[in-house]
Design a protein around this ligand. Sequence first.
Ligand code: UCC
Length: 581
Amino acid sequence: MILQVSVRGNLQALRVFGRQLVRCGSSSAPLGRTELDDGAVTAHPLFSRSTIGSFFQEQPLLRNPFTQDALLQGYLRRHLPVQEVEAELRVFGERVVREIDALGRECEQNPPRLQQYEAWGRRTDRIVTCPAWTRMKHISAQEGMVAAGYERRFGEWSRVYQMSKLYLYAPSAGLYSCPLAMTDGAAKVIESLGMPAREAFERLTSRDEKRFWTSGQWMTERRGGSDVASGTETVAWRQEDGQFRLHGFKWFTSATDADFTLTLARIADSNGHTIPGSRGLSLFCAEVWGSDGRTNGIEIQRLKDKLGTRQMPTAELLLDGMQAQLLSEEGRGVASIANMLTLTRIHNTVSAVAAMRRIVQLSREYSTKRSVFGKLLKDHPLHIQTLTRLEVETRAAFLMMMEVCRLLGREETGVASERETHLLRLLTPVVKLYTGKQAVAVVSEGLECFGGQGYIEDTGLPAMLRDAQVLSIWEGTTNVLSLDVLRSVSKSSGLVLQAFFSDVEERLRSAGPALVPAVESLSSSLSALAKFIQKAAAQNPAILELAARDLAYSLARVYMGVLLVDHASWEGASDTDVYAA
Ligand code: UCC
């Protein structure tokens, strides 16, 4: 009981209360003791620090995401035991805590804006971003976020190294992971086409912050971004110098402040006719800004008002004579941009798994500070069970992500077997669709670990959930990617599935003795999956399409289970690795 006032009647009470308020407001009121007119004494003045209370919940601290991540460290010890990598990631993890995380928050708090006109009415089409966003670009160059994939310092393991770094970076990077994904994808396309745009490639993969370029990927038009073949209306007109002028409307262009872009268009013949469908699409590249800072024949119509990813400009663009260079063979646009899709889908996966890992790290840290019902959260079995489930989901997703990065690195350095090439094709859509969805579930559950605080904006936690939601949408929705799984099966005449089964069976055969129950459980899932596929294959294509998502999910879950077992079977595995499997 704070206020002990004996009053007769309401009027008296109000008078006393009013006088007390005045006294409490005056600096002469003694702290901790207030004398009232009738001689009663309160222990504390109203509305002072002591009355409101002096307890504050301790906030969860971001600690070095590399040293906190036993699985990443274990994975690298197993596959890439190079002192230099370990030391670099440790130092980079410190940089994330000291510098990058705050910049990422700044990007969220200062979203980009469009300045369409200058004061006197001329079009400017400028996207104004905050200094922290520019800083992210410089840091990305310095740290070789894209370059690392092409320098190939660690041979076939270079992608694992690059993506490990990106994995530490992404949750703090204020969505700079998005332009980096597209930049990496553009570099990959140029490299795979034999360097038709060498200077651009050098800039996209540069560590020099003054030379470094980012790239966009403009595929989506008003008719939508999934069915690119029938949705693309942009027309390319050939010029006398062999360059093209593009006219069309791009409906979703992410990270539109990029220096460079890849885009699809239909080449018009001398009569102005174009070829419909996929066969009519060609791939172009273009610089977005001229040397005078003006756009290259582009009008920025507006910036999108999005649920999340607010740090990053996403725009609608009218291409009104954008000068562009043809990159692919004519009519090979979709097949040529597929390499970019592979890269951006892998980046998407890295961002998804990194978001899961970050929320688990913060929740675990918080559980050592937050006390409820007389003990810390970490001492509540039900809470630990929840965290454990999140940990297992995150571990499984991490291992599948790393496996795809490993396969990519092997393919790019020419050492992948045929089976590995098939697996890369199959697993890329599988890992993207599964982790994109799972990130939303894990981050959402993770937010709950902070109670109401998980719902409060300036903790930075809600932005994680908003930003996770896009991961299952862009770069192919869950259903579009499930159909891509079917495409990979039919294009390879089933060889991708053969590769999957033989890889899985081989890994299960070499599982350690402690893992027998897990192996038994996986073997029975595997037989069920094989039966499901046989049955589905015997059905008509419409049924197969209906089964696409379930097939993709089953492939993901079985593969993740197998990778957990595989990782728990190496001689350096920890008890936690075995327990998780
Ligand atoms: O742009 C967007 C947002 C950008 C933001 C990026 C940031 C990401 C970073 C995340 C980190 C934070 S959103 C745009 C989203 N749209 C998409 O992702 C496209 C989704 N739609 C598809 O994937 C479709 O399946 C299409 C467009 C690929 C289907 O096109 P078609 O023309 O109907 O496909 P076809 O006819 O089946 O295939 C044409 C060719 C074939 O090769 P050839 O001719 O040699 O037989 C296919 O094998 O393309 C090949 N192909 C592929 N190859 C098609 N898909 C693939 C693939 N995934 N991998 C390899």
